[in-house]
Design a protein around this ligand. Structure first.
Ligand code: ATR
Length: 334
């Protein structure tokens, strides 16, 4: 059977809903006749629609074309992340034709396989996929292999290689604040991917680590791997230490009113570090300050890990000051 050639017809094509958000941004890359945003927050005419201000100011949609390189964040949820704000601004600042997108991913295996065709150059990986992504990658750098968790993926000639920038970022933040960590007693709340990265880093620095996690088995396994202590969650108030670190997402937007530990677990004089950065002053840190502790929020770790990702992807130094300014503006802090 013969078909008559179809005359060129302008087409507006994108997907709806929260999962379709990325296609609204990528519409100009793939030849959609147009894409559009809402006039303001709350004025969306369909779910998944961004505001015109976000499309222009965050994603620089007017600069997206066929050649725009793709980067993105894999997580669930991803709506709270400030990654798109700082990484898109960093690309723009350095004149790199690239866009960084939030990929809300429920089925990680299907995503990694299914999105290969999009030729994404690099991913950030966040909750809850940092460990689960390890066996789905084509390779790992030595630190990520040792930690067993990945927060950064670099596509090298189509092969996905995993890195971990959480560990260096967290340790840099802790050492800048506390100094030498050798012999310091540190309690870590959590036993997921972020906990692994921080615990392995602390171990190398000679800290004395105790793990506490809601799911005790997970803490036990990680403690065995690391050669450190673990305690039952119920015992968290009995642990003595100089440093308390929350590596979980408890206290993060949109549920900022909860703390990962009861206040009695916070001993006066402790250093308390919360990797949550949205909000910056979590309930845990507020209670820590009320108890005379020194509080370290998640801002620096977030910036340092993102800066190192940017450097792995582009081979160029990240505009750290600009990135910090943007985060502070978004979080409405000075
Ligand atoms: P990531 O890779 O980003 O660390 P993850 O592997 O899903 O994410 O780990 C999340 C960590 O936060 C885990 O330690 C998890 O505890 P469980 O192992 O019991 O799941 C912890 N976590 C998440 N939500 C929690 C909650 N509401 N209360 C206590 N711990 C929580």
């Amino acid at each position: 059977m013969q078909y008559a050639p179809i005359p060129y017809k302008p087409l507006i094509a994108f997907c709806m809903g929260e999962l379709g958000l990325i296609s609204r941004i990528l519409a100009p890359k793939y030849g959609s006749y147009l894409t559009f945003g809402s006039l303001d927050v709350g004025k969306e005419s369909a779910p998944g629609q961004l505001t015109a201000r976000e499309m222009l100011g965050v994603y620089h949609i007017d600069k997206i074309n066929r050649d725009t390189a793709l980067y993105g964040l894999i997580g669930n949820p991803v709506g709270h992340s400030l990654g798109p704000y700082i990484l898109n601004a960093a690309f723009r600042e350095l004149g790199i034709n690239a866009v960084y997108l939030p990929f809300k991913v429920e089925n990680l295996r299907e995503f990694v396989q299914g999105f290969k065709g999009l030729k994404v150059q690099g991913y950030s990986v966040t909750i809850p996929h940092k460990e689960a992504i390890v066996p789905l990658l084509d390779g790992l750098d030595s630190l990520a292999r040792e930690i067993g968790a990945v927060n950064t993926v670099v596509s090298k000639e189509g092969k996905l290689v995993g890195y971990n920038t959480d560990s260096t970022a967290a340790l840099r933040e802790l050492e800048e604040a506390i100094g030498d960590l050798r012999g310091k007693k540190a309690t870590l709340i959590g036993a997921g991917g972020a906990a692994r990265a921080i615990a392995f880093g602390l171990k190398k620095k000679g800290a004395d680590i105790t793990l506490v996690n809601r799911t005790e088995n997970r803490a036990r396994r990680l403690a065995q791997e690391l050669g450190c202590h673990y305690r039952r969650f119920e015992d968290v108030t009995k642990i003595d230490g100089e440093v308390l670190i929350n590596t979980t997402s408890v206290g993060m937007y949109p549920k900022p009113d909860i703390s990962p530990v009861p206040p009695e677990a916070i001993r006066p004089g402790m250093w308390v570090f919360d990797i949550v950065y949205n909000p910056l002053q979590t309930r845990l840190l507020k209670e820590a300050e009320e108890r005379g502790c020194r509080a370290l929020d998640g801002l620096r770790m977030f910036l340092y890990q993102a800066a190192q990702q940017f450097e792995l992807w582009t081979g160029r130094p990240a505009p750290l000051e600009l990135m910090e300014r943007i985060v502070r503006k978004r979080l409405k802090i000075k």
